[in-house]
Design a protein around this ligand. Structure first.
Ligand code: PLP
Length: 207
């Protein structure tokens, strides 16, 4: 509860600095590897959005947590595992190929739902990270819009490189924001950009 309050306070302070309404910012409690007891503590302290990066963990935790929890898949997702989480998560942050998008589209269609997705952009082009380049993003968006009926593109996600001083990686957040802005005004039944998923514990203030 104390950590959660501290993070929220930091979000509020960062928003105040740039005259931004802190209510526009969603704090995602990244609960991967953490036991359900700890998630319940966070829930009791007000957390409602939880981020996980393993399919099996979402499946295990899903039934043990209250039904008003929103689960976000933030980690690399294998095509053959989409079916296990399609009716459990409210957003998939880590779409990085047309093949994955097509599978999400197919599985969402079978359940009669529309899945909100973000495209994972690796703006620093780190070998060790998943994600498409900013150059590939536009093409993937067009491919998805042409072919996928059961997906709504809601924005972009970026995991920046680690830096001792997060100010040093501002440029990577800037690049993704710039690309986000190119699509943010567009009205389309399957594209409604509203989310930039950026910032981890050590760099969220800069993000
Ligand atoms: C683990 C993870 C986070 C949270 O990292 P912390 O450093 O624990 O805040 C955020 N985003 C993604 C994509 C992650 O995998």
């Amino acid at each position: 509860a104390e950590n959660l309050a501290q993070v929220q306070k930091n979000i509020n302070e960062s928003c105040n600095k740039i005259n931004r309404d802190p209510n526009e910012v969603t704090l995602i409690a990244v609960s991967k590897t953490k036991p359900v007891e700890m998630l319940k503590e966070a829930y009791d302290a007000g957390a409602r959005v939880f981020g996980e990066n393993k399919v099996q963990e979402i499946v295990d935790k899903y039934d043990q947590m209250p039904s008003d929890v929103k689960w976000h898949m933030i980690g690399h997702l294998q095509t053959n595992k989409v079916k296990y989480i399609i009716d459990k998560v409210s957003m998939i942050h880590s779409v990085d190929s047309y093949k994955l998008a097509a599978e999400i589209d197919k599985r969402a269609g079978a359940k009669g739902i529309t899945m909100d997705i973000l495209l994972q952009v690796n703006s620093a082009q780190e070998e060790s990270k998943f994600g498409i380049t900013t150059a590939e993003t536009e093409e993937l968006i067009h491919e998805i819009l042409e072919n996928c009926e059961n997906i709504r593109l809601r924005g972009l996600m970026c995991v920046a490189p680690f830096a001792e001083d997060p100010e040093d990686i501002k440029v990577y957040f800037d690049e993704v924001k710039k690309q986000y802005d190119q699509f943010a005004g567009i009205e389309h039944p399957h594209l409604d950009f509203k989310y930039l998923s950026m910032g981890m514990s050590h760099d969220f203030k800069v993000a």
